[in-house]
Design a protein around this ligand. Structure first.
Ligand code: FAD
Length: 394
């Protein structure tokens, strides 16, 4: 058997799962290299805890190399370009050739892509943002706190709603319940629209119970950060004292430059195998996680096509599937695993309670999501889920 090299670009949820799964499936002579610009992995689900000063960045992070099985090479480098004809990745430290490529580069977040947003808004979507927002929240003694979702898709669709609920809880604990008004302004038609109308209604009722304003279908035109006002396409305006935004998401520049994205703005993949589709010459190239667009077979409305939400659970499942597909090619066998469209998420409700929702996104006529009754046990499950992703491999 000829020795092969698999390059994995990005060492987040998808990249780590792909690397570890593949290492367990193919003999050591097959080289696996994972490349990430940053040495430290962090769990996105912990960013609201950093925002609320309940955990430090260190609590929700681990050195990437500690999470990788022995026999995987970790290269800390910035991926600069992909040559799909010569199978070569250029980084800021060296060029590497691949036989199999897994793209797991996540998303680029850019507040500056909407006029006024970078000057006017805080965010908890990045670690640095969550730390800055932590200080701003400590100084915030009352007024209008607006949570803005200016564009879709964005990772972890429940996250802004969860943040609103947790903030409401935190202000009440500080004795500021009466002084802080929280409202969400979103371009979406409903919360977690891909999960279906019932889930959306559930979240809306959780918001209403806490007097959190909810304003759907608000397409942002501009922010006047000096006057602290947002203007929307329907002509309405809203003021704020503290603005917290979900930054617009884009595919990373390196994959856009390689023309790997389609009209969705993301890398199109076969929903079952995660192999990149529709791009001549893409060879043995897989893409997993947030950087992909995974079309779903079902719909709620005939005219509205759906795609898989962006989430760590899916990125991880994708990584495992891509590894199985590659291992099958290397070993000359039939692949033993395809992606089944299943995943779950936790919505924290404050006070140590959470609700877990299990989704089956390949169902027809539309995706199905089922939730349990919120309780402490589901919050403990979430803590265990986060801890599991930060546990070094032995
Ligand atoms: C507030 C918040 C809460 C969340 N909660 C949950 C949750 O409860 N459950 C859940 O499942 N998901 C959750 N998510 C979403 C989850 O974090 C992402 O969906 C997940 O990280 C996607 O995994 P990925 O591997 O596709 O990308 P990432 O994990 O983002 O990894 C991409 C990696 O690529 C690297 N990279 C990018 N560009 C380059 C380059 N040019 N060169 C080198 N390296 C590069 C980055 O450094 C990064 O490490 C949450 C996200 C947020 C922001």
């Amino acid at each position: 058997m000829t020795a092969t090299t698999t390059l994995i670009l990005g060492g987040g949820f998808g990249g780590i799962a792909a690397a570890n799964s593949l290492r367990r499936l193919v003999p050591q002579e097959h080289e696996i290299v994972i490349i990430d610009k940053s040495p430290s992995f962090h769990v996105g689900a912990g960013k609201t805890w950093v925002m609320l000063d309940e955990r430090t960045v260190e609590h929700i992070s681990k050195p990437r190399k500690n999470l990788l099985d022995r026999g995987i090479r970790f290269l800390q480098a910035n991926v600069l370009s992909l040559d799909l004809e010569r199978n070569v990745v250029a980084t800021d430290s060296q060029a590497l050739r691949w036989d199999y490529l897994v793209i797991a580069l996540g998303v680029d977040l850019d507040l500056a892509s909407v006029p006024g947003l970078a000057e006017g808004a805080q965010t908890f979507y990045t670690l640095e943002g969550a730390q800055r927002l932590q200080s701003a929240l400590k100084e915030f003694k009352g007024g209008d706190l607006a949570i803005l979702i200016p564009t879709t898709p964005f990772k972890c669709p429940p996250a802004p709603y969860e943040a609103a609920i947790l903030l409401r809880h935190a202000f009440a604990a500080r004795g500021l319940a009466e002084k802080v008004r929280i409202a969400i302004y979103t371009v979406e038609g409903a919360p977690m629209a891909t999960a279906g109308p019932e889930m959306g209604q559930y979240i809306r009722s959780e918001l209403a119970q806490r007097s959190i304003g909810y304003h759907p279908q608000k397409k942002l035109v501009r922010i006047d950060s000096a006057a602290r006002r947002m203007s929307f396409e329907d002509g309405s305006e809203a003021g704020y004292d503290l603005l917290v935004a979900v930054p617009p998401h884009d595919a990373p520049r390196v994959v856009r430059d390689a023309q790997l994205t389609n009209q969705s703005g993301w890398i199109p993949v076969d929903p079952l195998t995660l192999k990149v589709t529709g791009i001549p010459g893409s060879g043995e190239v897989y893409a997993v996680g947030d950087v992909t667009s995974v079309p779903l077979p079902g719909r709620y409305k005939p005219e509205a096509a759906l795609s898989l939400p962006k989430a760590g659970v899916f990125a991880e499942a994708h990584g495992r599937v891509a590894a199985h597909q590659i291992a099958a090619k290397i070993l000359g066998r039939e692949p033993s695993e395809t992606f089944d469209g299943r995943g779950y998420c936790y919505l924290e409700l404050g006070g140590g309670r959470a609700v877990k929702a299990d989704g089956s996104f390949f169902e027809l006529p539309h995706p199905v999501m089922q939730k349990q009754v919120p309780d402490e046990a589901q919050f403990r499950d979430k803590l265990a889920w986060v801890a599991r992703h930060l546990t070094p491999v032995s």
